[in-house]
Design a protein around this ligand. Structure first.
Ligand SMILES: [Zn+2]
Length: 429
């Protein structure tokens, strides 16, 4: 008895993308960015087997049993990590009404394209800081159903009533009464007990990291972008409960007081950090808190604030102020020795343009090599993982290549020629 074989094309479609990995490769790089030291090494051949870096050889050499990928003229770097994205959405002039018109599945379909653009821009990992789509998108990518970066997902952000990430901000009375006040399940807390419940709910939802909105936000339908929105005790309860599940906590913060409370409460990173004071910088150095500036988002919203009707009027003045301010803060924080890691807040700006953040970091006075470290070895440290962010034997084969020398000319990061994630090539010259 023989059954008809599946047509070949269909059979190929049924093989998950990730399972097509396996071909051993030898990447012959003109230069290699050694992320631990931030130095460029001359010609290296990176041998990749079974999704991992098998060895890194001196020179551009042939390796028996592998297929050669010629990267003459190119620099190889560890795949980049964007520590602040929202793959479930992308801002546009209709963003504020979309939540009322679209279904979760509409957002999910959009996120598929956003994920692929992000990966092809050289970002082999992202930390998605807010949005219910991300844990599901992560699973689809891990199963090889969708092309995208490795996702460390926060799921729904945790806020307080009326705070940035209260999902019912801006609702009229009728809707508010219909839905009722959101609680810890929806990510809104108002006590230490709520705080614990909200973190445990995120665990139940399948999150990998916790995101809190420690102050108001620029794009939320609320007046203040700076007001503190948690007590120190609430932050501490979140951080301590998060620790039970091995979670780090990322805190969105613009205003000084909220930032200070977040740092004292023990969060891992401050996101945006717009009005970061000298005192907060000192506290961050003392506590080892990371800073993820998201310069791209600041500049993007300041630009869009000039366009009539792009933002609601309550948002517009907040957006107008933020761009130049974040850029100055990042420059100051870098000079004062605060640890800086890479993040864009994409979803505010267009997915796939993430690498432009490198250019903005360099404009803020951060040397190119350190900006590249911020998205590789340092980003891995923020995530709390030790198998990525470096090109070394035994680590994940997450590799990007750009033409020329990105340390000498940071603009080259915008011309990504090769993207490999877990040993699978998604783009090559
Ligand atoms: Zn964000």
């Amino acid at each position: 008895m023989s059954r008809p074989a599946l047509p070949l094309a269909l059979a190929v479609l049924l093989v998950p993308l990730s399972a097509r990995a396996a071909e051993p490769l030898a990447l012959q790089c003109e230069r290699l960015f050694e992320s631990r030291s931030g130095k460029l090494l001359p010609a290296r051949t990176v041998v990749v087997r079974d999704g991992r870096v098998a060895e890194v050889l001196e020179g551009r050499v042939e390796v028996p049993g592998t297929r050669t990928v010629d990267l003459a003229g190119h620099t190889c770097l560890p795949g980049w990590t964007d520590l602040h994205v929202h793959l479930g959405s992308q801002s546009n002039p209709q963003s504020y009404s979309e939540g009322f018109r679209l279904d979760p599945v509409d957002f999910a379909y959009r996120s598929v394209g956003f994920a692929e653009k992000t990966l092809l821009a050289g970002f082999t990992s992202v930390r998605d800081l807010g949005g219910e789509i991300a844990p599901h998108l992560r699973d689809a990518i891990n199963q090889g159903l969708v092309k995208g970066p490795r996702i460390f997902a926060a799921g729904k952000s945790i806020a307080t009533t009326g705070g940035h990430a209260d999902p019912s901000n801006g609702y009229n009375d009728h809707l508010s009464h219909l839905i009722g006040p959101p609680g810890p399940t929806e990510g809104v807390i108002n006590s230490v007990d709520d705080a614990r419940q909200a973190v445990r709910q995120r665990y139940k939802d399948g999150s990998d990291v916790i995101k809190i909105t420690a102050t108001g936000g620029v794009l939320s339908y609320a007046k203040s972008g700076d007001a503190p929105q948690f007590t120190v005790d609430e932050v501490k309860a979140i951080v301590e409960t998060a620790r039970d599940y091995g979670y780090k906590v990322a805190a969105h913060a613009h205003g000084t007081e909220g930032m200070k409370r977040a740092v004292l409460g023990g969060v891992t990173s401050i996101e945006h950090g717009t009005y970061m004071s000298d005192e907060v910088m000192r506290l961050m150095k003392q506590h080892g808190t990371w800073y993820v500036p998201t310069l791209y988002a600041g500049r993007f919203v300041a630009e869009k604030a000039k366009v009539d009707g792009y933002f609601p009027e309550v948002v517009r003045p907040k957006a107008a102020r933020i761009g130049a301010q974040i850029q100055d803060t990042a420059a100051k924080a870098y000079r004062s020795g605060v640890k800086i890691a890479f993040g864009t807040d994409m979803g505010v700006g267009p997915h796939g343009d993430n690498a432009r953040e490198f250019v903005y970091m360099v404009e803020a006075g951060i040397p190119a090599a350190e900006a590249l470290q911020a998205a590789t070895v340092r980003a891995a440290e923020v995530l709390g993982v030790d198998d990525q962010g470096v090109i070394e034997a035994g680590k994940r084969a997450d590799i990007v290549a750009v033409p020329g020398d990105p340390v000498a000319d940071i603009q080259r990061v915008l011309e990504v020629a090769l993207v490999m994630k877990d040993g699978v090539l998604f783009k090559q010259p």
